[in-house]
Design a binder for this molecule. Structure first.
Ligand SMILES: Nc1nc2c(ncn2[C@@H]2O[C@H](COP(=O)(O)OP(=O)(O)OP(=O)(O)O)[C@@H](O)[C@H]2O)c(=O)[nH]1
Ligand SMILES: [Mg+2]
Length: 312
C-alpha cells in the first residue's frame, strides 16, 4: 500500500489508474489510500463543467485541456454521467479526447458512471478528484451531464464552476430551474456558430442582472464559444485563471474549501452517529416502537424522542 501511495504521489500513471479503481470501489483499501494521499492535496484547481446533454461539454473540456497544456499545466479530466450506468455520453466524449491527447503524459482522463446510486456518485467523484490532486495535476476538469442535484453536489467540489448552454436545446429554463444559475462562476454559450446563440447569451445576461448575481469581486461573465473550432476558448481559459486569482486574493479560495469540508465532515458525522445509535439500540426495540407508530398509538416525534432516551 505505501508503495502505491508513493507512486501515486509521484504521478505514476499505472499506479494512479489502480488507485482510482480502488477509490471508486469504496472499500477499506480505497479509504486507507485516500487517507494517506489526503495530506498531500489542496493544490489542484478543480473546475466543474456542467450543462445539458449534447451542449458541447466534452468538446469544450477537450479544447480547454489543449490550451492549458500549451501553458505547461497538467490536466486531469473526470467525466461523470449520472444519467446512465454505462457512461454512454462520457465514453463517446472520451474517445475523441483520448485520440486528441494520446501519448501526452500531462493529460489523464477518467470516466465515471452512476452504477445505480446517485448518492454515492458525488462522493466517488470527490475521491477521484482527491487522487488527481495528490498526483500533482495542476487542473482537474470535472464534466457532468444534466442539471439535477448530483450536478449541484459535484459543482460544490469545484473551485470554479462553468455552466454551459447551447442554442436550440431549450435549456436556459432547465438550468435556471435546477439552481445552476446560483452555482455558476462562468457562463458559456457554446455552439456560437448556431442561430440563437446571441439570444441565449442575452437572456442569460439579463437573468444575471435581474437576480443581482455576483459580488463586488466577481461578476460571472457570459462567454460565447465554438468548442469544435476553439473560438472563444482562450478567453474561457483566461476567465478560469482570473477566477482562481480572485478566489486567492479575496480569501474565497480557503473559505470555499472550508465550507465544503465542513459539509463533508458533518455528513460523515451524521451517518456515523446514526449507525452507531442504531447498532446500540438493537433492531427489536426499534421495530417495537415502529409498530406503535404504525398502530397510531404513538406519533413519530414522540417515538423518536422515546428512542433517543431508550436504554439499550
Ligand atoms: N456546431 C457546433 N457543434 C458543436 C460545438 N461544440 C460541440 N459540438 C458538437 O456537438 C455534439 C456534442 O458535443 P459533446 O462535446 O459531445 O457534448 P457533451 O455536452 O459533452 O455531450 P454529452 O456528454 O453527451 O452530454 C458533437 O457532435 C460536437 O461535435 C460547437 O461549438 N458548434
Ligand atoms: Mg460529454
Amino acid at each position: 500500500m505505501s508503495d502505491l501511495v508513493t507512486r501515486v504521489l509521484a504521478g505514476e500513471r499505472r499506479a494512479l489508474a489502480r488507485a482510482l479503481t480502488l477509490a471508486e470501489n469504496g472499500g477499506p483499501e480505497g479509504q486507507a489510500l485516500l487517507a494517506a494521499i489526503y495530506p498531500h492535496t489542496g493544490r489542484a484547481h478543480v473546475v466543474g463543467v456542467t450543462g445539458p446533454p449534447g451542449g458541447g461539454k466534452s468538446s469544450l473540456v477537450n479544447a480547454l485541456a489543449r490550451i492549458f497544456r500549451q501553458q505547461g499545466k497538467t490536466v486531469a479530466i473526470v467525466a461523470v454521467d449520472p444519467t446512465s450506468p454505462y457512461t454512454g455520453g462520457a465514453v463517446m466524449g472520451d474517445r475523441i479526447r483520448m485520440r486528441d491527447h494520446a501519448g501526452d503524459p500531462g493529460v489523464f482522463i477518467r470516466s465515471m458512471a452512476s452504477r445505480g446510486s446517485l448518492g454515492g456518485l458525488a462522493t466517488a467523484t470527490g475521491d477521484v478528484v482527491t487522487l488527481f490532486d495528490g498526483a500533482g495535476f495542476d487542473l482537474v476538469l470535472v464534466e457532468t451531464v444534466g442539471a439535477g442535484q448530483v450536478e449541484v453536489d459535484i459543482a460544490r467540489e469545484a473551485h470554479t464552476t462553468i455552466v454551459i448552454e447551447a442554442p436550440g436545446l431549450g435549456d436556459e429554463i432547465q438550468a435556471i430551474k435546477a439552481g445552476l444559475l446560483e452555482i455558476a462562476d462562468i457562463f458559456v454559450v457554446n455552439k456560437a456558430d448556431r442561430e440563437g446563440a446571441q439570444h441565449a447569451a442575452r437572456a442569460l445576461q439579463m437573468n444575471l442582472e435581474l437576480g443581482h448575481k455576483g459580488t463586488s469581486t466577481w461578476m460571472p461573465p457570459v462567454l460565447q464559444t465554438i468548442a469544435t473550432t476553439g473560438q472563444g476558448v482562450n478567453e474561457l481559459a483566461d476567465a478560469i485563471l482570473q477566477h482562481r486569482t480572485m478566489l486567492e486574493q479575496t480569501g474565497e479560495w480557503q473559505a470555499r474549501i472550508k465550507a465544503r469540508l465542513n459539509d463533508e465532515l458533518r455528513h460523515i458525522l451524521q451517518r456515523e452517529l446514526f449507525n452507531h445509535f442504531m447498532a446500540r439500540l438493537g433492531p427489536t426495540t426499534y421495530a417495537a416502537v415502529l409498530d406503535q407508530v404504525v398502530a397510531r398509538a404513538v406519533d413519530p416525534y414522540t417515538a423518536a424522542s422515546k428512542l433517543l432516551t431508550a436504554e439499550p
